[in-house]
Design a protein around this ligand. Sequence first.
Ligand SMILES: [Zn+2]
Ligand SMILES: [Zn+2]
Length: 173
Amino acid sequence: MIKIGVWVEIRGNFIPVMKNPKWHKDEIILALDLYFIALASDEELLNKIKLIEDDDYETKSVWEGQSILKVHKAYERDKKIVEAKKKEVLKKLGTLTCEVCDFNFKNTYGDWGDGYIECHHKLPLGKLKVRTLTKLNDLALVCANCHRMLHRRIDALTVEGLKMLLISNKNKG
Ligand SMILES: [Zn+2]
Ligand SMILES: [Zn+2]
């Protein structure tokens, strides 16, 4: 039985939840569930989550948001998944280009930037499940700037959404 309030009760544990009007009740439940599934079943993931620094100060006050962000990042830092995604895209397109803004590290920085790109997990919070995280289609290759923008607010912007934003802003100027 799960009760949502200032505190959330999950399997007898009380967890503080800052009310965020942007989040649907079901999203909070799923997010917390994901967090606990991850913590309970994957020691390797738990260690990765612990290692991730709290550099997203804008989400710091939202306890559960921070936890989800850490789970999200833990998967994005999984070397095996990232390498597989890069390999797949390299095979298909021959180059690693940001899916949002077309930035290419090799074109800009030469050999020094060769092979560099960041990996972002696309699935929205409400649909995130531990088992689905390894699908390569759920990952997007993005540059460091676009990745930061995607993470500026938890689950607020999709890869496609950021691309639209960028295009509409370019057309303004
Ligand atoms: Zn970009
Ligand atoms: Zn990301």
